[in-house]
Unconditional design. Sequence first.
Lengths: 97, 362
Amino acid sequence: MKYLVNVTTLQYSSDKCAGCGRCVEVCPRGVFEMRDKRATITDSDLCMECGACAKNCDFGALSVNAGVGCAAAIITGLLTGSEPTCGCSDSVSGSCC
Amino acid sequence: MQTMQTLKFVKKEVPHYAAGEISTPVGNVFRVSSDWSRADYWGMIKSRVGAFRMNYAVAPGLYAVGEPTKGSDIFVSANYKLSFDILRRELKGFNAWVLVLDTKSINVWCAAGKGTFSTNELISRMAAVKLDIVVTHRRIIVPQLGAVGVNAAEVQKKTGFRVFFGPVQAKDIPSYVKAGYKKTKEMSTIRFPILDRIILTPMEVNPAMKKFPWFAGGVLILFGLQPSGVLFRNAWSGGMPFLALGLNTVLAGAFLTPVLLPFVPFRSFAIKGWIIGLLSMAVVVPLFGPAVRGNILLLIASWLFFPAMSSYIALQFTGSTTFTGMSGVKKELKIGIPLYLSVAGISLVLMMVYKIREWGIL
């Protein structure tokens, strides 16, 4: 299943890639593949902006505005003026995760 | 009295999922069984329907599965009991260590997103249980979905342990280990099969139903409202079909849309929910007599309002999916919220016009 196209904030600069393969190891959506000892993006629309790749890229080749794709969290974030966080532990956005 | 008190201080509380203890160079560690008890199954069911999912926890720390030694693998988990239970079940037949992080009883993925399943928590928990003395090797297996919160390079720099991000699902651990700690693409990809979607629907229906009394109250007051006060008989006879349509809408948005997700056209959850809301209205409206169909104002208001509500409820499911990103949901809300508010406003105006005509003012 895929979500909306052309919305992801994922950015990749292949010139910084050292070919360690961590992004392939951590991405749960299969966005990356190793080709010629470098990571390549297969389909960026698969990305759900979880941030695992950027967190584990030690060469600064990846960046993404990571966050939760959760309507309740984003609405709460808008109302309170804070960053949307997954509200698993409070009752405001009980449907989250 | 004296002995009781001494006992209380000396004896650690033994959790029901523990099956004895094993001794290690750093003291005794609880051994856990790979078999689930009736309490474990009942706990899983209750946590799925949301009865106590917020405090379903195990104590953080080190646990043993089977007869682990200095060379055995270490698997990291969250202290949400369901996460821990699934891991120990899948480790049946293994001799392994399980390191449970304090994630405030939240599952690995959500905790990683919230920052409780984190690099710092992992490093300090490893130090607290003296993992470098318990084992002689230097590799630790972290669930892949924990990578959102764990920076492998930093863990290695501070502890000397190399982080292996294991499969997404614990059930793939045996094949992952057998393959020499290598994942296939299937093992590292998260899916969202129909069974998972069905399991998640109670947590969609519950919050929607919590708001339902407000809607029901509003409908009953609107229909019961007369120049002389609120009449119960009118409230019930006029309002009942709309309460039924409201329930139908919760069913459409919180149950049918999630279950049928990939089969409903369009990628937008708002549109998916609106389509299902519209279709379920088409099924239900003919069942009502003149109460709904008899008045053009009420009919228009219903066709506007209920599919829009189904759309809004369906949008909430983005919080439970495994493929929706923040930018996409923000885009949907940016377009959706003004539409929802306008639809609600128009429906209310139509309703008021209906009331005014009913009272014979116009």
